[in-house]
Design a protein around this ligand. Sequence first.
Ligand SMILES: Cc1ncc(COP(=O)(O)O)c(C=O)c1O
Length: 386
Amino acid sequence: MPKFSRRFDALPKYALADVPRIKAQLIEQGVDVIDLGAGDADLMPPASVVAAIQQAVCEPRFSRYPFQRGLPEFREKIAEWMQERFDVTLDPYDEVLPLIGTKEGIAHLPLIYLEDGDAGIVPDPGYYPYFGGTHMVGAEVVRVPLRAETGFLLDWEEVPADKLRRAKLLFLNYPNNPTGAIAPGDYFERALDFCKRHDLLLVHDNAYSELGYNGYRPPSVLQYEGARELAVEYHSLSKTYNMTGWRIGWVAGNSEVVGALSRLKTFYDTGVFLACQAAGVAALEAWKDFVPGQVNTFQARRDAAVEGFREAGFELEVPEATIYLWIAIPGGEPSIEFAKRILQASGVVLFPGAGMGAGGEGFFRIALTQPPERLSEAARRVAAVI
Ligand SMILES: Cc1ncc(COP(=O)(O)O)c(C=O)c1O
């Protein structure tokens, strides 16, 4: 067999790669495992979404190739929703592109802009496709640490001048996975200003835009002046509507970028399953009715988990958005060892901070993927181990 490429070989192993095996062993031994590792909740999509896909799969036209243009109704519904939600006016054909989940759209984007000698600026810790997509095209990954002291906000001023000169992309993600941080006040305006001055494309991942608590409504970067010239924003139906497995999202913003990604993707995929796009229309139509309940569900989970882990002796901030708690590990134990030890001893799956970059070392993440009582139970079990 030929050898793997050097770039592929250098990809880090998925931090939860061993977990399914350990979990299966524990379950076989009769352990009641509580899995708070991946951000993948135990909840159903809206009933109207399920009904929409059931109906769509019975129509021959929805079984055909979607191509990048996809279902016009979905593009138009996205544009309508972005208008209503963020007051952003978009052309549904030139400034919107449906994606097979935002992850693929993010990971493919560097292919359009980066090659050997270029650089992409990514948050550390950060969601893996920012790193993976940049690394796999042979560009330098410039990791900027997110620190508790500065609200886990990426400070672009930390990028050294020589790297900045070679950088073309700046990845931001607020509300943030894994830290739960949100972008305050003029953060996006300052980011846009920086990108303009340094000729960078601002790539904003807004996967958690609908999951803000206590009335907090996360903004879109596209609502700020000048954003259409230098930014794109990724949106996902995964977390808002419990559709992680359906693989559907979109990118919106600068038409040159959207058009280029569409052209590129012609060589990689043939679009999002049309029945799923029909379900996407139903999801966005259900937005007003469904999302408040979804937010309440996660807020109750957040509150139970915060209380439980605080009682267990951990110090943590209450996140104003996302479905994660980001918790410091006491005593300096490496996060991967800590997560393995906790899993073996308590049957609770945690996500080790280092799994999202060296900047995540010293922390673990829990995803609010289970009901409040299970989260409290998980906290009690973790407390018993430590
Ligand atoms: C920051 C962030 N962006 C995007 C996604 C994934 O979205 P999708 O399921 O649409 O690929 C996730 C999922 O965990 C995420 O945390």
